[in-house]
Write a protein that binds this ligand. Structure first.
Ligand SMILES: Cc1cc2nc3c(=O)[nH]c(=O)nc-3n(C[C@H](O)[C@H](O)[C@H](O)COP(=O)(O)O)c2cc1C
Length: 274
């Protein structure tokens, strides 16, 4: 029997399904250990001082249905900064810890490999704190200690704007969250399928978390996938192990999007009559 048909045969039997289920769970558990030990990027970070973020809030005033209905890609922002609490909440929603035994995250991840890394590029006066403003610069997020570490000081929004093919919202947003991936974390378990399927799926989950949390906080964001990879990698100072995937500018929307129930029902009714 050829290898592929043997695997198909195995998956069609209850025993085969059990074995593959156990393998998936085993990979997940093994990896969780590795996740806490992750040393494949940012080795020098230990020497830098982490900024401890306010604890994430686990309840809010907006339902998941409202956040889904009112989520839009927002590209026009006011000049108002975010607060440190808002930045903290966005980072947690994106990729923070939501399970304390193994450090599982708010976004699902194939085999719990967690290939993504998350950065916040903060502009001048972009994030308001108790004492003033966060220093402008590029920060790396650590989900386990829920802290950020300043890697590079300065306002890099203009650099990012040029790297993102002059998309204005990258220049005007007070903050951009940037997702990168260390593909090898997923590829070493799943091979090519990890690269072409699982890592992009992981990114989609985390990206949608940012959209929904931003909407629930009255903020706006847009997923930006069009940019020059090498330029963004240079701005963030990434090693060749890490690939930038999404830039998500975040700001206060210049105008809010709101879907009414009537509008939605009218739309559905119109399409039912066709
Ligand atoms: C993979 C991906 C890449 C995207 N890249 C960009 C981009 O580079 N610039 C941009 O302004 N919007 C970008 N978008 C946002 C889409 O334009 C937007 O989601 C779409 O127009 C639907 O609008 P909505 O998000 O408000 O529902 C991207 C969305 C996805 C999912």
């Amino acid at each position: 029997m050829r290898r592929r048909s043997f695997i198909k045969f195995l998956l069609s039997t209850p025993l085969g399904r059990l074995i593959s289920g156990l393998l998936f769970t085993g990979a997940a558990a093994g990896v969780l250990y590795l996740d806490l030990q992750k040393t494949d990027v940012r080795r020098s970070e230990g020497a830098l001082k982490a900024i401890l973020l306010p604890y994430p809030k686990l309840s809010g005033l907006v339902s998941v249905e409202e956040a889904l209905a009112n989520r839009r890609s927002i590209r026009d922002y006011t000049e108002e900064p975010l607060t440190l609490e808002e930045l903290s909440q966005l980072l947690w929603a994106a990729y923070g810890v939501s399970e304390t035994r193994y450090g599982l995250r708010t976004a699902p991840s194939a085999g719990a490999q967690y290939p993504l890394e998350l950065y916040a590029l903060v502009g001048t006066n972009g994030v308001k704190t108790d004492k003033g403003y966060l220093a402008p610069g590029i920060y790396h997020y650590d989900p386990h200690s829920h802290s950020i570490t300043l890697l590079k000081q300065g306002d890099f929004r203009e650099d990012l704007y040029y790297a993102a093919l002059e998309q204005r919202w990258v220049l005007t947003a007070p903050v951009s969250l940037i997702f990168t991936a260390v593909y090898s974390r997923t590829v070493r378990v799943y091979g090519e399928r990890g690269r072409v399927r699982y890592v992009p799926m992981d990114l989609g989950h985390a990206g949608q978390n940012v959209y929904l949390q931003a909407t629930a906080l009255g903020l706006g964001t847009v997923a930006v996938g069009a940019f020059n990879d090498e330029e963004v990698a240079r701005i963030l100072g990434l090693s060749e192990r890490e690939t930038p995937l999404y830039i998500m500018p975040v700001g206060r929307p210049a105008s809010r999007y709101k879907l009414s129930e009537k509008e939605l029902i009218d739309y559905i009714e119109k399409h039912r009559r066709r």
